[in-house]
Each structure stands twice: as structure tokens, then as C-alpha cells.
Design a protein around this ligand. Structure first.
Ligand code: ZN
Length: 409
């Protein structure tokens, strides 16, 4: 069954607009999203879970069902390429203490590790699904989800199995921090991560990640983790240069990582490395907001030609927002991005950071993941920060969330 969404005030496509390309609907282009592209007075046709047509509303073909957008904007669904959703407990008191002046350190992770290990599968699954649903209702139609709060063979493997229930973008992060029981034997923990733990986890993950940071894992350790993962068919991504300058970006680029995430403290050499590589810089402005730290310099990265993504880093410690809209607003207000750049990075940029050609854009053949805003343009995400603007969400062509006034059409 096909659906026509018409009278769209602004349709952001991140892809060429027009009639089906040779090959026709149902075959996605096989290329990553293009540059920011938007048209006014537009329509889109969804068929079989894919984008079948985009263009001027007056030229739209007929469809089985019609949704009148009444001038609202329609964007590709957000692609949140960095989230930690499998955990138990919460750290509200730690946040309050931080706002009262205590600094954030990587060590806070261990309190979540203890709660996660003690939790049942039922508890972990319920928390994970609640957050994933929360994201979907806000317009996030693709999300990445990491392990990293189990840090035992059993708890990492079950974290990944749970994550795989909600997304194919599952990341093994056994190298998040060295757990307390290995504090005197970090080399022994590294052996475990690269050995038995990887054996148990690789079948359930697509990606491998490492927290390359002072207090977590150094350059040689991170490189070893990524190499071991690669040998088991996992693709690398890295937590890099969050808390201070360090080797994370270099490790990521040398490993051919899809993305170096955080990129808050970069040298000129780091920026040059990113610019000359296929590694995306994924910026996580919710972390700087929630840790009251200086934001990454997005303009410097964009000026150097680096591909920039924006993600939430939703986790119980350093940033507990699931709102891509907030991250877009922060990127515009605090990181100097234009509204077009920020929306592109939250959609197309995230798709490239996950090496996905089928999401992050609305080119003919792309997965029909869309978010309709209760606003006439994408600009409102930053212009009206903190206001719930999501009017409706489609994932794979199916309307999965909608305000009553959209349904009563
Ligand atoms: Zn993270």
C-alpha cells in the first residue's frame, strides 16, 4: 500500500529530488546521503517501506492513502549513531554533584556496572525498550547501541543480545573501563576483552568500540582491542579525545574506524588526520551540556572538510538525553553550526558514521523513515529549543507515532 504525504511546508531530502532513478523504487541508491537539500511546497510518496517519489506537491502521483501535512516540515528520521542504552540504575545524584562543582571522570561508569551486573534480563530489557521507544517517538528511526556496563563475559554478551533485539547497529564496548576486580591487573582485563569476551560477543555485534582516554585505555591498548575485533569481523569505532587531548583520533583513523566520537579536544594534526580519512567526527554536544564542559569546535572540523555527525551519547552518566532535537539546537547555538549543517549531521552524518546508505536521506529507494515537525521548517529545531515539535514519525513506511490531529485526517 502506498501513502502520499502532501502539502509539506519544507521537505528535507539530503538527496536529489525527483522521479525514480533508473532501477526504480525499492532499490536504494547504494550511495551515502548527499548534501543538505530541501524543497518547499513538496510531497513524498512511500511504497513498500521505501521512498517511491519526492517532488513538488502539484506533480505528486496518486497513492492509496493521503496524509495532509498542512504546511509542516518533513525530515529524514534522525540517525543516533552513539548511545549506551543497556544499563540499570541511574546517576541523578552524580549529575547534581557535578552541577555543584565536582568534575566528571571516567570512573563514574563503575557504579552503573555494579547495578547492571545485579539486574535481571527482564529489568535490563524493560529499561532498554523504554529508552528506544522514547527515541522513536521523538523521531529517531535508526539508533546504535553499545554494551559496556557488564564488563564480564556473561554480562557483555547478554547486553549485546538485548541490544540486538532493538537494532542491528550493535557495538561491543567491553573496553569501556577496567572493572574494579581487574584494577591491579589491567593487562589481564585487556586479554579477557580481546579473548574470551570477544569470542562470546562477536556473534552478537556489528561494531567494536574502545574508550581511548586517560583513566580508560591508552593508544596501544585501544589499537589491540580494535585489531582483535577486526579479526573477528567487527568494524571499529572509537571514543576519542573527550576529556582532554590524546591519541584517540589517531588510533581511530589508523584503524580505519567509521567514526571517532566526541572529538572535543583536537590538535591541528587530529583535524588533518580526520580530513584526510574516511573517519567521521561524531560530536556529542549533550555531553558537554550535561558535564558543563567546553563544546567541540564544529566550525574548525567543517572548515577542514571533515564529515561531521551529531548523536546523543544517551547514557546514565555523562549525558542522559535521548533528544536529537536538543543536540541539533546545541550544535547550532554552542558549536557554531548552521541549522542546515546540524540537521544534516543528525540525519545523513549519522548514517555515514554507521556506514548506512539506506537511511539519513529521502532519496528514491531509501528506507521510508521520516519525522514530521509541528513547524514549517527544520530551523525550528534550534529556533524553538526544548519544545516538543515531533508531530508524526514513520519507520520503514509505517506510522509509528503521531499526534491525534495528524491521525484525524
Ligand atoms: Zn559514549
Amino acid at each position: 500500500m502506498s501513502t502520499l504525504i502532501t502539502n509539506i511546508g519544507e521537505l528535507v531530502t539530503n538527496a536529489p529530488v525527483g522521479d525514480p532513478a533508473p532501477g526504480g523504487p525499492g532499490k536504494y541508491p547504494g550511495e551515502y546521503p548527499g548534501e543538505f537539500t530541501a524543497i518547499t511546497g513538496a510531497a513524498v510518496v512511500i511504497d513498500g517501506g521505501r521512498i517511491a517519489w519526492t517532488g513538488a506537491a502539484g506533480r505528486a502521483p496518486a497513492a492509496d492513502d493521503i496524509v495532509d501535512a498542512r504546511g509542516r516540515a518533513v525530515l529524514p528520521g534522525y540517525v543516533d549513531s552513539h548511545a549506551h542504552l543497556v544499563f540499570a540504575g541511574e546517576r541523578g545524584a552524580e549529575f547534581a554533584a557535578r552541577m555543584a562543582g565536582q568534575p566528571y571522570t571516567a570512573g563514574g561508569i563503575v557504579s552503573t556496572v555494579a547495578a547492571t551486573r545485579a539486574a535481571s534480563d527482564v529489568t535490563l530489557r524493560a529499561g532498554l525498550r523504554r529508552l528506544a521507544d522514547e527515541m522513536l517517538r521523538q523521531g529517531t528511526t535508526t539508533l546504535e547501541c553499545k554494551s559496556g556496563y557488564g564488563l564480564t563475559v556473561r554480562d557483555e554478551a547478554r547486553s549485546l543480545m538485548l541490544a540486538a533485539e532493538i537494532t542491528p547497529e550493535v557495538t561491543f564496548l567491553g573496553a569501556h573501563v577496567v572493572p574494579p576486580e581487574y584494577s591491579r591487573d589491567p593487562a589481564g582485563y585487556l586479554d579477557l576483552v580481546c579473548g574470551k569476551m570477544l569470542d562470546a560477543c562477536a556473534p552478537h555485534a556489528r561494531w567494536i568500540d574502545v574508550f581511548c582516554e586517560e583513566g580508560a585505555f591508552g593508544a596501544d591498548e585501544a589499537t589491540a582491542v580494535l585489531a582483535a575485533g577486526r579479526a573477528r569481523g567487527l568494524l571499529p569505532r572509537v571514543h576519542a579525545n573527550q576529556l582532554g587531548p590524546g591519541p584517540g583520533v589517531r588510533v581511530a583513523v589508523q584503524a580505519g574506524a567509521a567514526s571517532a566520537d566526541h572529538c572535543t579536544h583536537l590538535t591541528s594534526a587530529d583535524v588533518d588526520l580526520l580530513a584526510s580519512s574516511g573517519t567521521v567526527a561524531t560530536l556529542l554536544p549533550g555531553v558537554e551540556f550535561s558535564c558543563r564542559q567546553p563544546y567541540p569546535d564544529a566550525r574548525r572540523l567543517l572548515g577542514a572538510g571533515v564529515t561531521v555527525a551529531i548523536a546523543t551519547d544517551c547514557n546514565p552518566g555523562s549525558c542522559f538525553t535521548s533528544s536529537m532535537a536538543l543536540c541539533v539546537a546545541l550544535a547550532v547555538r554552542e558549536m557554531g553550526m548552521t541549522t542546515q549543517e546540524a540537521v544534516w549531521s543528525a540525519t545523513a552524518g549519522g548514517a555515514i558514521a554507521l556506514r548506512r546508505a539506506d537511511v539519513g536521506h529521502l532519496g528514491v529507494g531509501a528506507r521510508a523513515d521520516l519525522v514530521m515537525l509541528d513547524a514549517p521548517s527544520h530551523t525550528y529545531l534550534a529556533y524553538r529549543p526544548g519544545v516538543p515539535l515531533t508531530a508524526a514519525v514513520w519507520r520503514e513506511g509505517r506510522m509509528v507515532a503521531a499526534r491525534p490531529e495528524i491521525l484525524a485526517r
